[in-house]
Design a protein. Structure first.
Length: 342
């Protein structure tokens, strides 16, 4: 298994406990592979390698932070960015077109992140439908979930439980129309009261039309990273912390936790061991462990990547990196001859 860790200061390849910088770029929020192409979303745009990382393209979308890239069943690529925009590519990522229909909704609604001064909203999450290339969802922080059934020509939007602070959206691997969304306390007019129901995980069973809150009696509530295992029992894993700004630098640490559900959010159990209950380091990168059903790989703001088994056994995979923001794991993630650093 090869592991790629996107960090605040570049993309690292992890092998045999060693982490080596292979792409020098700020704020690597996304690492995803489609066939033999690796797409890396950063604060400096989108980098692509067509030879397993031996070489990297000059960045596209350089005026944007690229949060997520997803592919529709017809091969169309979509990229969500900060400031909130959605870009579309029909040629494998060589050229990108901004969907003005999406941008108009964001502008008309006045969506923003409620800090002082306010920041532009950001398109953090994308889900493409498994059967219909025209259907997609885009999660906007802070704004809501945008939905299109005509490949982005027109949009409707909703907010799970009235919560517009969308972080991640994950589709169920086998149940079409079942979606999960992680949310925070952000509201367009400020920050919501930090009580149950105002942040956490929601589930929809009807393509996002209606949402149920499934984060009952779970603390901390502010949920961001989320992943779902494509293998039975389709474990859903979510990381949470007290606030948007929780950090290892806080007095007492970040107080972060990791939870897993094997029944679509109806019940949850902690994946934290004694040392990480709660964790002094916050969790930003999270992905399914391809070597173990129910296991995950988690990255911390202290520059570590851990393997967490389904029995909540924690094994350190690598350390000494900048804050880990994203993780990709899979066979042959890169070639054995990676030498260049862009």
């Amino acid at each position: 298994m090869k592991i790629l860790a996107g960090t605040s200061k570049g993309l690292f390849e992890i092998e045999n406990g060693s982490a080596n910088l292979i792409l020098n770029a700020k704020g690597v929020r996304e690492v995803v592979r489609f066939d033999h192409d690796i797409f890396v979303g950063t604060g400096q745009g989108l980098f692509v390698s067509k030879d397993f990382g031996a070489h990297w393209s000059a960045p596209k979308l350089v005026d944007h932070t690229v949060w997520q890239v997803r592919r529709a069943v017809d091969g169309t690529l979509y990229a969500g960015t900060y400031p909130a925009a959605l870009f579309k590519s029909s040629d494998g990522g060589d050229t990108w077109v901004k969907l003005e229909s999406f941008s108009r909704v964001v502008a008309e609604q006045g969506w923003c992140i409620p800090v002082e001064p306010p920041m532009a909203s950001q398109a953090r999450a994308i889900v493409t439908d498994a059967d219909n290339a025209d259907v997609l969802w885009v999660g906007v922080e802070v704004g809501g979930i945008m939905y299109s059934d005509d490949a982005g020509a027109t949009w409707t939007f909703t907010a799970p439980g009235g919560n517009p602070d969308l972080h991640m959206i994950s589709p169920h691997p086998t149940k079409r129309g079942v979606l999960f969304a992680s949310t925070g306390y952000g509201r367009l007019d400020g920050v919501a009261e930090m009580v149950e129901g105002n942040a956490g995980v929601f589930r929809s069973e009807d393509f996002g039309n209606n949402w149920d809150y499934v984060w009952n009696r779970i603390t901390p509530r502010y949920s961001r990273p989320m992943c779902i295992d494509p293998r039975v029992p389709y474990s859903l894993t979510v990381a949470s912390a007290p606030t948007a700004f929780s950090s290892f630098k806080d007095e007492g640490g970040a107080q972060a936790m990791l939870f897993r559900s094997d029944n679509e959010g109806r019940d949850w159990r902690s994946l934290c061991d004694k040392k990480h209950s709660p964790s002094a380091a916050n969790f930003h990168g999270l992905t399914v462990d391809p070597d173990e059903i129910g296991g995950v790989l988690v990255g911390t703001d202290t520059g570590e990547v851990w393997s967490v088994s389904k029995e909540a056994t924690w094994t350190l995979v690598a350390e000494g990196m900048p804050a880990v923001l994203s993780i990709f794991a899979g066979e042959e993630a890169l070639s054995e001859k990676v030498k260049s650093v862009t």
